[in-house]
Design a protein around this ligand. Structure first.
Ligand code: ADP
Ligand code: MG
Length: 869
């Protein structure tokens, strides 16, 4: 509650707020009782508000209408999603979500910039993809979702947002549409393709109503509703966004993310846009080529690019400033920042237009997207009004002389009266011939003339004595009183007029909110393009060839983040009609995950319009990128349970299409070996036969490498390692074909496991290898010493084994553990002729030509033969 220059909190609020904001509590007494009180300065409210709302509080602000006013009313309720005035690169979204009959509607509003996005998605899963992407500060679920515990729980897991569960009837279809019509005009919904009674419209209407309800005062900056559908965007679910570390690493750090690595923007608006691009890759070839051409032009025009970036760096965040003007919180300094930023336009335009490469690229049209003449006019309007460096508080002295004749007159009158008063003492001293005379003022007496006692007799007739002090006497005159009255009157008029003029100027700027948003958007685009160009030029990235078709062919690709910190060994990723599913094997820590992620990131960057880390790349546009990481490191971090892993696998199998890119990293690891292999096996078949997505599948189940022989479009690649004299060197190079070794013991050694343990493990492994008895093929290649034996001929398990700790449902006593043996390794010496014959028969049996009954008969034959030995 405003009390003069402070906002005060009382009683329990005071204690709470003092604790949160580290304020002093004072005791205030009134009518015999006392209560605690804590305050923050009116001029400096924002940082305190920010801290409070970031901790999840809603803050009601009650303002005094003027300094004498004793009644106060609540003028706004500040919530995490409706805090205006903040700066910095991050957008601050308020999200509304509502479930409709056949879709879930979402709206995202950033009141600090006026951004307003709305969409309808198929189900709540997709809704979480959006929530993860926008990472809102506050989520307002519709009435139906409020009671859905699972939904609420998942919002808490997916976002750091404050959940606001109270609400209005704003989500009701009729109400929402009405609100939207009022806000954006009658045709707006149609023109952005939002169905007027649908869930998306309801979410959008509720968002507008809520912003209005909190009194944030920024409705006028919500000028444009933007709807986006999924058709033009690449589907990236929340898990994939996280796995690919787009904006933060798996550990939750910003540094080390893709955004952090490629971000060279110099403005916060540019940073926001670049982040949005990375989170929203596109499918539209036209748009992507437009972006590529801009990046290409800037990548080669280094001088013009640096000139642009230096100039951009001097500008401010026009979207945010527009929002503050509308909100009424833009002070003179903020308006001057608008001027200074608009002032850069001609120079920026010239930097683009005077370089032939840039001028011919789509960048040449960037400055055509807003009214440049209007921008120049607005700049002049502000410039004509305000002095260059205005006082930091108050309104006195903000305006240039000549801007407003009435103000100039008032100032002149003020100065004249002030001058008369200032000179009065000197004049009177001389006139009266006294030395101890001064003119001063205080609260009770106003202006007065004071003369030392010894000389007070010199006071002329017109001097009226008002006070006698110990050493002096005080006088006033009619003229003095008259001048004083005039001074006070003029001072007040001047203050009123200056406030009015500032309001007008702010209003003029607010009226241009759309222009400022558009101009700000143009600057942000320039900045984001420059950033992509800088990164491409500095890191030797190339422009990928984009095609509508099915291609994915990367020559010497690198991981955009990892290449920053290590001597990176480039690798190809080649897909073709007969190799759409690559099984990636290789030792632990050899680079499987890195290879798959780099391939996904190259595709993603290509569909952002960026250059990519490779020597050459041909990328057929994908409709979605799906990843699932079941790797042990993930599990160990408690980030994944087997259930979650399977839900995500299920989601991929449902959502991916022939045009998608799927990355599976050690799926099935979270369960017992048998289960794991079986699931991985079946998922591979399904992806291959039904979904037909381009897939990279890293696995420690070496059994899966045999799928290449059975399934047409599956191929094996492996990360090569060199083993000599017991020393293993990781080559980081992808080679064709499978590998059957995982070098787990080597990794244990690297990790500093004590030598005796490592040596003993080597011994055990050798013994296990020797012991492999009847299997000529099959077995497992992971580092666990005891593994299931998977018979490839029949696709079933022959033997049971425990896989070292996880809950295995298989029989617990291994009757003969085995180690992998590729075709190159000789089979064990213990087979007799009959056994060998059966084995050969099994190997040669053309499975695809057999009916199940024929297969069973075969098995029966083999069993008979073996038993009859
Ligand atoms: P895996 O998934 O096979 O266990 P990772 O992909 O996690 O292995 O890679 C392990 C480490 O190897 C990475 O942290 C990275 O530093 C390094 N690495 C991976 N690929 C390469 C490469 N192509 N060039 C250089 N270092 C690499
Ligand atoms: Mg890995």
């Amino acid at each position: 509650m405003q009390v003069g220059d402070f906002y005060e909190f009382f009683a329990d609020d005071a204690r709470l707020v003092a604790e949160e904001l580290d304020l002093k509590v004072s005791e205030k007494s009134s009518h015999g009782s006392s209560y605690p009180m804590a305050g923050v300065p009116v001029d400096d409210l924002l940082p305190y508000l920010k801290t409070l709302v970031e901790r999840g509080y809603r803050v009601a602000v009650a303002d005094q209408r003027d300094s004498e006013d004793t009644t106060r009313e609540i003028t706004r309720v500040v919530t995490p999603g409706t805090l205006v005035g903040v700066t910095g690169a991050d957008a601050r979204y308020l999200a509304t979500v509502v479930r409709g009959d056949d879709e879930v509607g979402l709206a995202f509003v950033d009141v600090t910039t006026g951004r307003f996005h709305v969409t309808g998605v198929d189900d709540t899963d997709d809704a979480f993809t959006e929530l993860y992407r926008f990472s809102p500060e506050e989520v307002l679920p519709g009435p139906d979702l409020r009671d859905d515990d699972a939904f609420i729980e998942r919002v808490r897991e997916t976002t750091d947002a404050t959940l606001t569960l109270h609400g209005s009837e704003a989500f009701a279809p009729g109400r929402a549409t009405h609100t939207l019509r009022e806000q954006f005009g009658d045709g707006a919904l149609d023109s952005v393709g939002v169905e007027s009674q649908g869930a998306a419209a309801r979410a959008a209407g509720a968002a507008v109503a809520y912003v209005d309800e909190t009194g944030a005062g920024v409705l006028a900056s919500l000028t444009r509703i933007q709807s986006y559908g999924s058709t033009d965007h690449v589907d990236l679910d929340a898990t994939t966004q996280r796995n690919l570390e787009l904006t933060e690493t798996m550990q939750g750090d910003r540094s080390g993310s893709l955004f952090d690595t490629v971000d060279h923007t110099v403005t916060s608006a540019g940073g926001r846009l670049l982040r949005e691009w990375l989170q929203r890759p596109r499918q539209s070839l036209g748009e992507l080529e437009r972006r590529q051409e801009s990046v290409a032009a800037l990548a080669s025009a280094a001088l013009a690019r640096e000139r642009l970036r230096e100039t951009l760096d001097e500008g401010y965040d026009l979207e945010r400033l527009a929002s503050r003007a509308v909100h009424g919180s833009a002070d003179a300094a903020a308006l001057l920042r608008v001027r200074d930023t608009l002032e850069l336009m001609p120079d920026l335009a010239d930097a683009v237009e005077s370089d032939p490469q840039l001028a011919d690229s789509p960048l040449g049209r960037v400055f055509g997207r807003f009214d440049r003449a209007a921008a120049a006019d607005l700049r002049d309007t502000i410039d004509e009004a305000l002095v260059d460096d205005p006082p930091s508080s108050g309104t006195r002295g903000l305006f240039r002389k000549g801007f407003d004749p009435e103000l100039d007159d008032l100032i002149e009158e003020y100065e004249e009266a002030k001058g008369w008063l200032d000179d009065l003492a000197a004049r009177e001293k001389q006139r009266l011939g006294v030395t101890h005379l001064q003119v001063d003022r205080n609260k009770t007496d106003g202006y007065y003339i004071q003369i030392g006692k010894s000389e007070a007799d010199a006071a002329p007739e017109e001097y009226r004595e008002i006070k006698t002090l110990k050493n002096s006497r005080r006088f006033v005159t009619d003229e003095l009183e008259e001048k004083e009255r005039r001074l006070l009157r003029v001072e007040e008029q001047r203050g009123d007029l200056e406030r009015e003029l500032l309001d007008d100027l702010r209003g003029t700027v607010a009226d241009h909110a759309t222009l400022l948003q558009e101009a700000g958007r143009a600057l942000a685009e320039l900045d984001a393009f420059c950033s992509l160009a800088v990164h491409a030029a500095e890191n030797g990235w190339v422009r990928p060839e984009l095609t509508e078709g099915d291609a994915l062919d990367v020559e010497a690709g690198r991981h955009p983040v990892v290449e920053q910190t290590v001597e990176f060994v480039p690798n190809d990723a080649r897909f073709a009609d007969d190799r759409r599913f690559l099984v990636v094997t290789g030792p632990n820590m050899s680079g499987k995950s890195t290879y798959m992620r780099q391939t996904a990131l190259i595709v993603l960057l290509a569909q952002v319009g960026s250059f990519v880390p490779a020597d050459a790349a041909r990328v057929g546009l994908v409709d979605g990128i799906y990843t699932r990481v079941g790797a042990l490191d993930e599990l160990a971090q408690g980030r994944s349970t087997f259930m979650v892993e399977m839900q995500e696998l299920s989601n991929i199998l449902h959502s991916a299409t022939e045009d998608s890119l799927v990355i599976l990293d050690e799926v099935g690891r979270g369960t017992a070996t048998y289960d794991g292999i079986s699931i991985a096996w079946a998922a591979t078949e399904y992806l291959h036969n039904e979904v037909r997505a381009k897939t990279l599948f890293a696995t420690h189940y070496h059994e899966l490498t045999s799928l290449a022989d059975r399934l047409e479009r599956v191929a094996n690649v492996h990360v090569a390692a060199d083993e000599r004299d017991g020393e293993v060197t990781f080559l980081r190079t992808i080679r064709e074909g499978p590998t059957d070794r995982s070098y787990g013991i080597h990794v244990a050694d690297l990790a500093g496991v004590p030598d005796p343990v490592v040596d003993r493990a080597d011994e055990v492994l050798s013994r296990l290898r020797e012991e492999k008895a009847i299997e000529a093929r099959g077995g497992s290649g992971s580092s666990e010493p005891v593994q299931a034996v998977f018979d490839l001929g029949s696709g079933s398990f022959q033997q049971a084994a425990s896989d070292g700790g996880s809950a295995d449902e298989g029989p617990s006593e291994p009757s003969g553990p085995s180690e992998p043996s590729g075709p190159s390794e000789p089979s064990g010496p213990t087979l007799d002729d009959d056994q060998r014959e059966v084995l050969e028969d099994i190997t040669d049996t053309p499975l695809n030509d057999l009916t199940p009954v024929e297969a069973l008969t075969k098995v029966q034959e083999w069993q008979d033969e073996l038993e009859g030995e």
